[in-house]
Design a binder for this molecule. Structure first.
Ligand code: FAD
Length: 489
């Protein structure tokens, strides 16, 4: 039976940041993740903003972790080799009421330690981004954009490089405490695991797992958000994320955000759902985004839509009043060996490493941790072909001729990158896994051209039978068999 010092339930950005931070010490660390990859749930279904931290109540964990995570991110992105742009952000207003709310927001930002926020007029907005809607705005220089897939993957890969083990397709279904205090975790088809410490970072399921581990009473309200992804043709106009003035409840409505790769995300809207993992989108939602998005981004046109997606924020709410609560990161003496994280909604992506450090601190209160002398915080990603100069591309092709074969034409992704992604350190071998690691099939044609080629490469590189290739999680097999006999060869 696999046994670890620490088992983390949930391998999203939070679980992976915790795994990475724990490998700084001499601890064996296992991550149990029910899906096919680390960024299939909320961590891969968000705006990808590195928030500055001005939205959250002063003194809250959300405010503290966002500001901390924001200010350290240039160094983090360099260490983990993930794309990041400190674009700044505009929060735009149209009315005097909006102006009042923006001024309050600047004050809160100052109190939270967010540097450099200022109210600017339309003339200054035009210098920053003429595509932005609004009559005036807050300019916040510290906000930024990152690739949430690659960031989560990088944290997980760095954890693995430093000794952590990931168990994918491994859903935790039960928990017992043995006579000596060891935790025994039952899983769905992958056997039992034991550990001294168990950490709940199960996102949308964190309240259920909390109860399973002996801490009942929390409630997660999934709040869904739908998005449009716009073509890079629209991306050339989007210089900076543009958000509307906050609502009276201090939340943000639809915004328009450039991505690090040059697309634009328009969304999310926000509505309560029962099933946070139902990622379908509604026509009414998309119609609403078209209208509200156009107020933020003047180039919002239907011609630019290339796909839609949705995610759900795991909001911790007061079970009686429904009031939204802060992040919860706790350890209780009466429930030994458990660290519990509930309600890690936005700004969870920004806050992942600060949250992870708080988890390590809670563990350290109970046992002294010995540093891992071979810990290496540096991780290198797959070398991208797209965006290099002609000389650099030629040099890469000389080094590895597989860089000379383009597999995804829309995003200029080469055979070399696909092969590197297929042999990723986490052992993810789905078509979606290759997509998020390379961007193959993320372009205008959405895989119409390259998906079959990627499938063939997975089969060739891993020796898989075609019917065993999956798109993503669950039973998402792409083929039912072979058309002609003998084709297996
Ligand atoms: C619409 C939207 C926009 C957002 N925008 C931003 C943003 O711009 N910036 C920002 O900072 N934050 C943003 N966030 C918040 C951020 O995405 C989340 O806070 C963060 O991704 C949470 O990470 P996680 O690892 O806790 O959750 P997840 O990624 O959901 O990971 C939890 C994992 O636990 C696994 N799991 C659950 N139950 C079990 C089980 N029983 N056994 C094994 N595994 C299990 C799940 O499969 C999942 O992979 C946004 C969120 C949403 C929904």
């Amino acid at each position: 039976m696999p046994s670890y010092d620490v088992i983390i339930i949930g391998g999203g950005v939070i679980g992976s940041a915790i795994a990475r931070e724990l490998t700084r010490y001499r601890l064996s660390v296992g991550v149990l993740e029910k899906e096919s990859d680390v960024c299939t749930q909320t961590s891969g279904r968000n705006t990808g903003m590195l928030h500055a931290g001005f939205l959250y109540k002063t003194g809250s964990l959300k405010a503290q972790c966002a500001v901390e995570g924001n200010l350290e991110f240039d160094a983090v992105a360099k260490e983990l080799d993930v794309p990041f742009k400190r674009t700044g952000k505009l929060i735009v207003g149209f009315t005097e009421e909006h102006r009042e709310r923006l001024l309050t927001m600047i004050e809160r930002g100052k109190a939270n330690g967010v540097p450099g926020m200022e109210l600017i007029d339309r003339k200054r907005m035009d210098e920053i981004d003429p595509s932005a809607g609004g009559n005036f705005a807050i300019y916040c220089p510290t906000s930024g954009i990152l690739d949430p897939f690659l960031y989560t993957i990088a944290l997980a890969e760095n954890a693995v490089q430093n000794g952590a083990a990931y168990h994918l397709y491994t859903k935790v279904t039960g928990h017992e405490v043995l006579a000596d205090g060891t935790h025994l975790l039952h899983t769905d088809g992958k056997g039992d695991f034991t550990c001294r410490w168990v950490i709940n970072s199960a996102g949308l399921h964190s309240a259920e797992i909390s109860e399973m581990l002996g801490i009942p009473g929390y409630k997660i309200q999934p709040v869904k958000g739908e998005y449009f992804v716009l073509d890079k043709k629209a991306g050339v106009y989007a210089k900076i994320p543009v958000y509307p003035a906050p609502t009276p409840k201090n939340t943000f409505d639809t915004h328009a955000t450039p991505t690090v790769d040059g697309n634009v995300l328009v969304g999310p809207n926000s509505f309560n759902v029962d099933d946070g993992e139902d990622y379908s989108v509604r026509q009414v939602g998309m119609d609403g985004l078209q209208e509200s998005g156009a107020r933020m981004f003047k180039h919002m046109k239907r011609d630019y839509y290339i796909r839609t997606f949705a995610g759900a924020r795991p909001k911790r709410v007061d079970p009686e009043t429904g009031e939204i609560q802060d992040f919860l990161i706790e350890r209780r003496d009466e429930v030994p060996g458990v660290i519990n994280l509930v309600g890690i909604e936005s700004p969870g992506l920004t806050s992942a490493l600060p949250i992870a450090r708080r988890v390590v601190k809670l563990l350290e209160e109970k046992e002294s941790l010995t540093p891992n002398p071979s810990f290496n915080p540096v991780r290198r990603g797959i070398r991208r072909f797209h965006g290099l100069s002609a000389e650099e591309q030629a040099e890469l092709i000389r080094e590895n001729p597989d860089y000379g074969e383009i597999v995804c034409r829309c995003e200029t992704v080469t055979r070399a990158e696909i092969i590197a992604a297929i042999h990723n350190p986490l052992g993810v071998c789905t078509v979606n896994g290759i997509k998020v690691r390379t961007r193959a099939s993320m372009g205008r044609c959405q895989g119409g051209y390259c998906e079959t080629r990627i499938t063939a490469l997975i089969r060739e590189e891993l020796g898989k039978a075609v019917p065993d290739v999956r798109l993503g999680s669950g039973d998402s097999y792409m083929f039912t068999g072979y058309v002609r006999e003998g084709e297996q060869a």
